[in-house]
Design a protein around this ligand. Sequence first.
Ligand code: NAD
Length: 352
Amino acid sequence: MDGFVHQGQITKVVFGSGTRLRIGQEVAALGCGRAVVLSTPGQAAQAAAVQGTLGGMAAGAFAEAAMHTPLHVTRRALRFVAAQQSDCLVSVGGGSAIGLGKAVSLRTGLPHIALPTTYAGSEMSPILGETDGERKTTRRLPEVRLRTVVYDVDLTVTLPPAMAAASGLNALAHAVEALYSQDGDPLAFLMAGEALTALTTHLPGVVERPDDIEARSGALYGAWLAGACLGTVGMALHHKICHVLGGMFALPHAETHAVVLPHVVAFNAPSAPRAMARIGTALSAADPATGLYEFTGRLGVPPLAARTRHARVGHRGGGRPSAGERLLEPPPGGPARRHRDPHPRLARGRTD
Ligand code: NAD
């Protein structure tokens, strides 16, 4: 077996149904008693309900969180938290609310508890992406790790199916890339494999039967594990491509993930046979790229595929090309080439 380094997580995780009702207990367990609740404007009602549960431990709600954690919002939140003399932060929502919690926690040192309501996984990562005007910076900072994460499946049932599919694909991509990450380790591999199995088993149920609590619960379990992967090992080529394309052309997040992931998997396949075998097992697919392509279609994403040219590029030769290969757009100047070098395709780097 190859040597490895594994960094354990410090975050306490509580998972189940109705777990939000023990938020006061978790605040008290941190030695705190004045929590400011953070959310987006769209989840102000959920934040108010959490305030109600906190009772006398609630020090107010700040419902202005926004995508990509704009600094001007963080500054307003900092003033609010100081005015309320808060001693801890409770974020309710997806990556936007949790990102704001991390940004405030970083600048105040206040402990941060999250009640996640999407599958994006930010709650398990030490990654903070912030925007200042047009400029986005993404950092990995151990000090923004959350103290406690309370997963309550009941909070996710309001996530509309299309958003659940989008968010689920975000989680799926974290698990896929953890399987061949440069700094991967055996525990991350196990978590990623289990995340893939849970997400591929349960996301279709979430989309087809939004009230199916078993499906919602299985998907949230997969999202936790995928988030833990994101928080443990670096992401790779897929995330770099999505980051660059998304940023340059303001592409929709889910569709970008859905379109790109099968191609990246097809590209990386020769260099990462163990990862490919695990993806194939989760999807019961002989070809992981084709399996992923078909899976994203089953979730109702990606409409972009219909517009993609059927180009026979990078094909391994002989027989029919895989779906991933058929859909791969040739870059300007000629068809994509399949590298035979065992290393370069697993692009290094970290991103959210
Ligand atoms: P989000 O938090 O922006 O939520 C999207 C919308 O859905 C919001 O309007 C929100 O109010 C609503 N919503 C969320 N949960 C809901 C629910 N259960 N019911 C009804 N509405 C709900 O979306 P996201 O995809 O979770 O997060 C995206 C942001 O998180 C981006 O800024 C991204 O960069 C960041 N992110 C960070 C990390 C990290 O590790 N730092 C990881 C993933 C994403």
